[in-house]
Structures are given as C-alpha cells and as structure tokens.
Ligand binder design. Structure first.
Ligand SMILES: CC(C)(COP(=O)(O)OP(=O)(O)OC[C@H]1O[C@@H](n2cnc3c(N)ncnc32)[C@H](O)[C@@H]1OP(=O)(O)O)[C@@H](O)C(=O)NCCC(=O)NCCS
Length: 165
C-alpha cells in the first residue's frame, strides 16, 4: 500500500482502493502480484515496492510486466533488474509464457535501462499517449521473447542503444 501510488502515478483514493482489491486475487484474469523486499539492508526485510505479471492469455501465453519501486532511496541500486529478471524467469520457466511485454513512459530512462539489462527490446513508441498533469508524453513499448531470455544474450541490453527513452 505504502508505495503503490507515488508520482508519477496519480490515482484517486477510490481508484487506488479498487486497484489494491483487484490485486488480492492471483489468477489468469488478474495476473500475479508480488511485493518487493530488500533483504540486504538490515536485520529485517524492507518493503520497497511491488510488481506484477499481468497474464493476457493462457492460450497465446502472453504476459505484461509492471513494476514500481516506490522509495527513491532504492532506485538505481540494481533491485529493478533483479526483480524483472526473476519475474521473467518465473513467467517463462514456470508459466511457460512465450512473450512478456511492457510499456514505460518515454522519458523514463531509468526504467528502460533496467529493462534492457534483462534483455527487453524497444519495439516502438506510442506518441503522446500519456496524459499527466496537463501534458502529453510518449509511451515506449518493449518486449522480451522466451527464446531471447533463454539465450542469455540481452538483444539490446547492456550495450543497447535502442531508442525511445
Ligand atoms: C523503474 C525501476 C523499476 C527500475 O528499478 P531500479 O532498481 O531503479 O533499476 P536498476 O538499478 O536495476 O537499473 C537502473 C539503471 O538505470 C540507470 N539510470 C538511472 N537514472 C538514469 C537516467 N536518468 N538515464 C539513464 N540511465 C539511468 C542506472 O544507472 C542503472 O543502470 P546501470 O545498472 O547500467 O548503472 C525503479 O526505478 C522504479 O520503480 N521507479 C519508479 C516507478 C517507475 O518508474 N516504474 C516503472 C514504470 S514503467
């Protein structure tokens, strides 16, 4: 709850409550939801965010990934890459998914960098498709195929230059 609706995500209290309630069920309709805990910062795990794998179709075996580390103190310390990689492994190896996709704000360079480190490829940009506080922003579309993940070779990962962010 604590880190669910932090900027740039803007939600009314009612929308946030409905969002949280929808997360109480893990199945093909609602997806699978995870809490993110840092376990290397003290004696007790610290809740730093949440992530989800929205399952689009059990027939096509497609998923969509979402992640938010709400506490900025924990940004750019490798947690995002670790979480994304772990969820992708779960999606491909345990759920037998074929593809995991995601979208990010086009200007969210930290996010796209974290995804590229796992092997996600920029597939395109939806221009001015986000409306936040009176301004329009591009949305970057990224995807990762199971074959790419299993090859262990980030397609445009660490060395990648793929545009959009
Ligand atoms: C996006 C998010 C999940 C990434 O997690 P993270 O733990 O910060 O990511 P990592 O530390 O694994 O990787 C971040 C990378 O971006 C780099 N980075 C940070 N700021 C950057 C910037 N302004 N431009 C380019 N790269 C940047 C970091 O140096 C790091 O790369 P490196 O490991 O090669 O040095 C996390 O920052 C977050 O939740 N942010 C707020 C919510 C959000 O944006 N969610 C994503 C919505 S799509």
């Amino acid at each position: 709850m604590q880190w669910l609706a932090v900027p740039p995500f803007q939600m009314s209290l009612a929308a946030e409550e409905a969002h949280v309630r929808s997360k109480l069920t893990n199945d093909w309709e609602h997806g699978v939801n995870f809490a993110i805990e840092a376990t290397d910062v003290g004696d007790e795990p610290v809740l730093i965010g949440n992530a989800e794998l929205r399952l689009i179709s059990p027939v096509a075996r497609l998923g969509d990934l979402g992640i938010a580390i709400g506490n900025p103190e924990y940004w750019s310390r490798g947690y995002g890459e670790d979480v994304v990689r772990t969820i992708c492994r779960y999606g491909f190896e345990d759920l037998d998914l074929h593809r995991i996709g995601l979208t990010a704000a086009g200007h969210n360079a930290r996010a796209t960098r974290a995804y590229k480190k796992v092997g996600f490829v920029v597939e395109g940009s939806m221009r001015e498709s986000r409306y936040v506080s009176g301004r329009y922003y591009d949305t970057t579309v990224m995807g990762l195929l199971r074959s790419e993940f299993e090859s262990g070779e980030p397609q445009q990962g660490r060395a990648g230059s793929g545009g959009g962010a």
